[in-house]
Design a protein around this ligand. Structure first.
Ligand SMILES: Cc1cc2nc3c(=O)[nH]c(=O)nc-3n(C[C@H](O)[C@H](O)[C@H](O)COP(=O)(O)OP(=O)(O)OC[C@H]3O[C@@H](n4cnc5c(N)ncnc54)[C@H](O)[C@@H]3O)c2cc1C
Ligand code: FES
Length: 265
């Protein structure tokens, strides 16, 4: 992990309010792995104080890209970066996805900007001859990750909450049809979606009561609010079989069987 002044090589709007920023840094391009993130300072003052974590979306020899959805103060500032600007970036951070060399059929489930690390993972495994199915959920058609940006070898299915594109409903409702086919499952998105992926990947046993063993690998990349992203402030912990663990250092990728889902109030 390094503190890097990364030049913004390009800033492309790929969906309403969603930008792909290519960050020039050969060090990041060399070290980054799918599932990891970078911690980006928003602006040049202390307001906002905290950096914002962004998943690594593309890994290239010259650097990495991130997909930023402008939803609040920090993300809007980062998304406004122009080509030629420099961003203060800490990374790559966190535990990446792991893929068993024997796994050939990978099911990936993304919610919102959670698709970003899954595209990085697909790009990493396709040259190994893996088959990939990518299921993506969004509120409406205009927020569905563009088909043209998905590697052509990937089978891609969308679900929208308003039914304006693909399956009408939750993306997790598409998962059961692929579970028997998949050697491993990977997911990234809001916590309720990840909990649902865990539940439908092992319907009989994955309940709220505690963690369970999964018959096949299910890896979940958590999007917890973060402070330091260096394992110090404990602002990002989640409950696991081994006690509370830090999403920034022990994750963001966890095996589904490690996590303990607590009832929402
Ligand atoms: C490991 C990790 C990877 C991430 N990857 C990406 C990515 O690839 N692209 C991307 O656009 N964002 C990503 N995020 C989310 C991002 O870091 C910010 O949390 C998000 O952009 C909101 O920050 P903000 O300053 O714009 O909004 P704020 O002004 O801080 O908040 C705006 C609203 O969003 C809510 N909010 C803020 N953060 C989150 C969160 N993490 N989850 C749910 N609600 C939240 C706030 O409660 C508030 O209601 C990731 C987060 C984590 C932890
Ligand atoms: S964000 Fe500080 S310990 Fe994880």
């Amino acid at each position: 992990m390094d503190l890097i002044c990364a030049r913004v090589a390009s800033n492309d709007v790929i969906m309403p309010g969603t930008h792909v920023l290519a960050l020039e840094s050969a060090a990041l391009g060399r070290a980054a792995a799918p599932g990891q993130f970078v911690h980006i300072r928003a602006g040049i003052t202390w307001d906002p104080l905290l950096r914002r974590p962004m998943s690594i979306y593309q890994i290239r020899p010259q650097g990495v890209s991130v997909m930023v959805r402008a939803i609040g103060e920090g993300s809007t500032m980062i998304a406004a970066s122009r080509p030629g600007d420099t961003l203060d970036v800490l990374g790559p951070l966190g535990r990446p996805f792991s893929v068993d060399p024997a796994a050939r059929r990978l099911l990936m489930v993304g919610g919102g900007y959670g698709v970003a690390p899954l595209v990085a993972l697909a790009e990493r495994v396709l040259p190994r001859g893996c088959e990939v199915v990518l299921l993506v959920g969004a509120a409406t058609a205009e927020l569905v990750f563009p088909t043209g940006l998905v590697p052509p070898e990937v089978e891609y299915q969308a679900a929208t909450m308003d039914g304006s594109l693909g399956h009408h409903g939750f993306v997790t409702e598409l998962v059961p049809a692929y579970i028997a086919w998949a050697d491993a499952v990977y997911a990234c998105g809001p916590t309720p979606m990840l909990e649902a992926v865990a539940r439908v990947s092992r319907p009989a046993a994955a309940g709220r009561a505690g963690a369970v063993d999964f018959p096949k690998p299910v890896q979940l990349a958590m999007e917890q609010h973060m402070g330091c992203a260096m394992g110090v402030c404990l602002g990002c912990v989640v409950k696991t079989r081994h006690g509370y663990q830090r999403v920034c250092r022990d994750g963001p990728v966890f095996d589904a069987g490690e996590l303990v889902w607590e009832p929402t109030r």
